[in-house]
Design a binder for this molecule. Sequence first.
Ligand code: 0X9
Ligand code: ZN
Length: 309
Amino acid sequence: DFPPGDEAYHTYDEMVAELDKTVADHPDIAAKVSAGKSFEGRDIPVLKVSDNVATDEDEPEVLFDCNQHAREHLTTEMCLHVAQRFTDNYADPAVKDSVDNREIWIIPSVNPDGSSFDVESGEYQGWRKNRQDQGTDTNRNWGHKWGCCGGSSDDPADETYRGTAAWSAPETAAMRDFIDSRVVGGTQQIKAAVDFHTYSELVLWPFGHTSDDVTEGMTQQEYDRFAKVGTEMAQTNGYTPQQSSDLYITDGDSLDWMWGQHKILAFTFEMYPSSSGGLDGFYPPGDVIERETARNDAAVDILLREAGA
Ligand code: 0X9
Ligand code: ZN
């Protein structure tokens, strides 16, 4: 369990229970499906929020995924906050408009083994990776230019170990299969996405594998759209907008694949805090959850708007 003072954070079981309660309370607009299973066999649940939720309507789709990195627990709360906002507030005309005209997919924990391991002793473990062998960094295991560019490690002991092959982590393979499954009639239905991380208060866009703005798979016009939408979102939450490779080079991260493979307008948000002494930044007290998740409401709304553009 989470240590004293942090009980407001959801354990894996509490997260699943919260999704089940959301579906029970709002069966017309919320449904739970599965992306697949983690290495240790935990389910990776996906919440769909939309009107006529049982029907695959022809509406732009948006994906929010959280907790690729085990210790980044605030992100799980971010996904749960999005789920609650678009269900509990359905009577609000602006919320209703979004729910009625989009299909919103929410994945609160991409790495449930890692996050469970991080808290199960009652003391934080500072764990980042999944729990396969010495751990694979899920955010170096996606298949667009995997391992290409010095932005990941081939050492299984390293924090950015990329795995034995692209998609060698069951968690990333599940994400790939889920996102691939949203190609309907040859068209990817998911138009925009945020992969939530902590910390540093940043809005990041592709590519991570190169510091070039314009490159294979990214025109100037496409880059400019990322910068424009990213900057607009950052103005609402006070984060710093930049290309992800401006932070550091990564290869095999989620947004390079989401854009490189599917042309999804994909961002990484690095949430609160802006800086901190090392590991402490991953473990802000439970009483910041409400403020720091609601802080992204306007940015989430911009992304939903852009999914229809
Ligand atoms: O390194 C990562 O996977 C992300 N940062 S974190 O501190 N949450 O681990 C950043 C991924 C975004 N991509 C690049 N910065 N290139
Ligand atoms: Zn992260």
